[in-house]
Design a protein around this ligand. Structure first.
Ligand SMILES: [Zn+2]
Ligand SMILES: [Zn+2]
Length: 249
């Protein structure tokens, strides 16, 4: 992950005042463009500042070439064309994320996992080989059904439910949503996995949450009842059912 500054210099000088609607439109143009980049997983945790007639956006970007044309969906390229009519854009990489480098560099992953946590600001798609995240734009050539958008739909729901579970003393309803393979949340996540698997021709697993408060191990797959304990852990994973495409730890 890299921390980046993107500078938008308007072709005509603008002054943003409280009542200056036209200039607020310019801010909207930038937000729309950043929103599009975020939707496809090119940028994370963005913020925008204005100073002396110039706008500067700051964000995390998974890879150095995340904004290269070859990685961009046609919607982003169209958005860029529109915004370049009003702004000159420059991009400066300020540094590498000092905390963690979480991006998969396998190139050709042999399997995938859909996985989220309450405070995630990264893609929910993980490489099964290295268990690092794969930016959503890497799979943006795959047109998923409208109700199968992982980042905006399922991941947003998952994060809310995970937060609710964590801050409401581990209540049963939210726990069931994350741990039961047949809950509404699991159902929509598994539909995304199935759609990706069909398009990619590679196994795409759903991560099933389990909080081992009682020390009891789920010895059998909670969906089909078959064996799912791994002889040897794969990364953090101790459970995997190939038939149901489920993993857990
Ligand atoms: Zn990988
Ligand atoms: Zn199973």
């Amino acid at each position: 992950m890299y921390y980046v500054k993107m500078t938008f210099t308007p072709s005509e000088r603008v002054e943003i005042t409280e009542n200056n609607v036209e200039d607020m439109d310019m801010t909207d143009n930038i937000w729309n463009y950043l929103g599009c980049l975020a939707r496809y997983g090119h940028i994370y945790k963005d913020s925008l500042i204005y100073d002396e007639g110039i706008f500067q956006a700051f964000f995390f970007m998974p890879e150095l070439d995340s904004l290269d044309e070859k990685n961009c969906h046609r919607h982003i390229l169209q958005g860029l064309k529109n915004i370049e009519r009003k702004f000159a854009i420059t991009v400066d990489v300020l540094g590498k994320d000092a905390v963690v480098n979480t991006v998969c560099s396998c190139g050709d992953s042999s399997w995938y996992i859909l996985f989220a946590r309450k405070n995630d600001a990264i893609s929910p798609i993980y490489c099964g080989d290295c268990f690092k995240m794969i930016p959503a734009y890497k799979l943006s050539h795959i047109e998923l059904p409208k109700d199968c958008q992982p980042e905006l739909g399922w991941q947003a729901d998952y994060k809310l439910i995970d937060k609710l579970w964590f801050y409401s003393s581990f209540d049963r309803f939210t726990y069931r949503q994350m741990s039961d393979p047949k809950s509404q949340l699991s159902k929509s996540g598994r539909e995304i996995c199935a759609a990706y698997e069909k398009a990619l021709g590679k196994p795409f697993y759903y991560f099933l949450f389990h909080y081992n408060i009682s020390g009891r191990v789920r010895k059998k797959c909670p969906d089909c009842g078959g064996d799912w304990i791994l002889e040897k852990n794969i990364g953090y994973l101790s459970f995997k059912c190939d038939k149901c495409r489920l993993v857990s730890y």
